[in-house]
Design a binder for this molecule. Structure first.
Ligand code: 3PG
Length: 306
């Protein structure tokens, strides 16, 4: 059996070494395609492999068509919006993710971005503190829970809304459960986004919702750019000079944000929330273990397609 790691944004070497150990211990071969620039390189690399480990790499119908021997794709991470699940199912390929394995890394970055924003992007002027501020966590999954845990240490007042998570689960962590997404935004000085990109959430973060936030509001996005209605966010930031946007996923209109909102906008050059050695090791090795479990024993835990 042949397992491919296909990562446009590579794992730390220590993670690749760990993955190799798991794959070779099972008697399989590991091949590596990192930092590829053309889709054709991916199409060539998948031709004879039985399993693929990816990150945000796009696995669409064309890739499945090219991968004649493929049985399983594991997205080493949480969000699997980069994989065409219907095409996978049509090709009889199992798709999994590795939930929770990189969530602390993303949560730490979210808090780091909050500090950066309240301290005026470290420009030397007098900023403010996170202590006592109201934090709204939009979606209370693995990352959201880690954000809450860390934010408690900062002394923030924490609220969360998650349409799929019972209020009791949120409240047992000492977090206040908002009754609606509107209430979360009206209440929170800072909102941290942790929703996945789905048909329902795409462009759902719009003018109307963001305009409910109090004066001096900050939106922190370590989730996906697709959930933001960029045109409406730009309009909101034009109308509200108090509003700051900090993101780990560069907007399509990055130049426009930079040009118009200096001192109120920041984006990392490349998504780096999960870009730590620890997250790479956790998610990468989990992916390898899941592949071995699937190929050896048919274990389908963490399968995300039908
Ligand atoms: C995820 O969905 O797991 C995170 O967004 C991290 O994605 P990455 O592996 O592309 O950094």
């Amino acid at each position: 059996m042949k397992v491919l790691i296909a990562t446009d944004k590579p794992f730390a070497k220590v993670a690749v070494d760990g993955i190799r150990k798991e794959i070779e211990a099972a008697g399989y071969e590991l091949v590596l395609l990192e930092k590829y620039t053309e889709k054709q390189q991916l199409l060539d690399a998948v031709k004879d492999v039985n399993a693929i480990i990816i990150r945000s790499d796009i696995i669409d119908a064309e890739v499945f068509d090219a991968a004649k021997e493929l049985k399983i794709v594991v997205r080493a991470g949480a969000g699997y919006d980069n994989v065409d699940l219907d095409a996978a199912t049509a090709h009889g390929v199992c798709v999994m993710n590795t939930p929770g394995q990189n969530s602390n890394a993303v949560a730490e970055l979210a808090l780091g971005m909050m500090v950066y924003a309240v301290r005026n992007f470290y420009n030397g002027t007098s900023g403010s503190e996170l202590m006592g501020k109201k934090l709204g966590i939009h979606a209370y999954g693995n990352v959201g829970r880690n954000v809450a845990r860390i934010a408690k240490g900062f002394g923030m007042e924490i609220f969360a809304f998650d349409a799929f998570c019972p209020k009791e689960v949120i409240e047992k962590d000492g977090v206040k459960a908002a009754d609606s997404v509107e209430e979360l935004y009206s209440t929170s000085d800072i909102v941290s986004l942790h929703i996945p990109a789905t048909a329902e959430t795409k462009e759902s973060i719009n003018y109307e919702l963001l305009n409910k936030m109090p004066k001096g509001a900050i939106l922190v996005n370590t989730a996906r750019k697709e959930v933001i209605n960029e045109t409406e966010l730009i309009k909101l930031m034009q109308d509200r000079v108090d509003f700051k946007y900090v993101t780990d996923i560069m907007p399509a209109a990055d130049a426009k944000f930079n040009e118009n909102f200096a001192g109120r906008y920041f984006s990392t050059p490349k998504k780096m929330g999960a870009q730590t050695a620890e997250a790479n090791i956790n998610a990468g090795i989990a992916a390898a273990v899941q592949i071995v479990g699937f190929l050896n024993d048919g274990c389908e835990k963490f399968r995300v397609n039908k």
